[in-house]
Design a binder for this molecule. Sequence first.
Ligand SMILES: Cc1ncc(COP(=O)(O)O)c(C=O)c1O
Length: 451
Amino acid sequence: MKPTQELQRPNIKTSLPGPKALEIINADAQYVTPSYPRPDYKLVADTAAGVWITDPDGNVFLDCNAGVAVCSTGHCHPEVVAAIQKQVGELIHLCGTDFFYRHMPEAGKKLNEIVPIDGPTKTHFANSGAEAIETALKLAMFHTRRQKFISFFGSFHGRTLGALSLTSSKKAQRLGFMRQALDVVHIPYPNRFRHFATDMPSDEDTVSRDVIKWIENRLFQTTTPPEEVAGIILEAVQGEGGYVPAPKAFVKELRRICDENGIMLIVDEVQSGMGRTGKMFALDHHEGVKADIVCMAKGLGSGMPIGACTARADIMDWHKGAHASTFGGNPVALTAALKTIELLEGGLVENSREVGGYLEAGLRRLMEKYDCIGDVRGMGMMLGVEFVTDKETLKPDAELRDRIEYACYERGLIILGCGSNSIRWSPPLILTKENVDVALEIFEEAITASV
Ligand SMILES: Cc1ncc(COP(=O)(O)O)c(C=O)c1O
């Protein structure tokens, strides 16, 4: 059974936001924290099915964001809903910290089969991406008996204090929090479209070599002796930083550096995992390279709150009581995760690759046609489009990006910015080629209306 697909186009009937949506937005302003980083447009969801979101005024939007890469199987996939409903009638909670239930070893066994780690693994279950990262940080520190970490500029790993020490995609995430909890040094991300020294395009080999040199010749020789580094945290496709894939040569070299120095390679697959890139994990695009620790969340539970940190079994050598969480690995969330993985393996990873390729080809056609699109990049259904003032100077155009994002919303297409001047495409992995045709038509209209 597949989620509703019949509707082929968005249907916007009121001015946006409509009157009922506005009531919710106003109540939110009164009672809810103002710290959420919401975009300029205001989408209020009432119900959703498949790739369609309906707001309280009856407007229907085509969702190419999936609740920020979370609703991997589409909204309210009937099989996910049925599995959750059945589980809710059987066992909601017991606290895996203190007791046992079948879902934990079942999910751990499944992750052991699919994560890009060599040899047997063990998993700690959490409730979010940031929590999965916290687990990885504590584990790496415990196992190596070291305290320093290396992270990348442009990275996003969450907003809890440990994860925040790694995060560096926007000033707002750090502003006001001053001293960081952990000892983290940031290095440039190997972005072939914007080499860190020039902000201009380079080739993958050059940018890879230059970042590796930065680590080995600069960091390791000055502020960050390798024997004090517990882990390097990598997004194989940088997410919030702009949907930027890391070059293959770079990831291979990073693995070598970790091996030579006893450093844990922690791969953050929170946004890029669970089929999003057309393979189960973004690291799967890097043949022969495996992680020591992998963090997952977002698409893992089709919208149920779940995070997971899977590590080599010999690394997960900490003592009883060293790390746990009351709700982490809740039976309902784990049921959603197991059903999600079943659906991913049953065709959605393949659909992400195939329909994602179709979307990418369409975006590349738009790049040829419009001077304001500087770069299209990514894999599967994790695609970034970078906006520039013109193709000669390649100056980032953040305002144009924001206008296009808004113009899409007005026309019923939900996409979201990332980086300073890019738009991310992270649709539900059930997206069809017909959906792509409609989305691209709206995207092009939004571009012509905004330049
Ligand atoms: C790569 C990555 N890591 C970690 C996180 C944090 O996840 P959460 O918001 O569930 O704490 C995110 C969230 O966007 C992410 O994209």
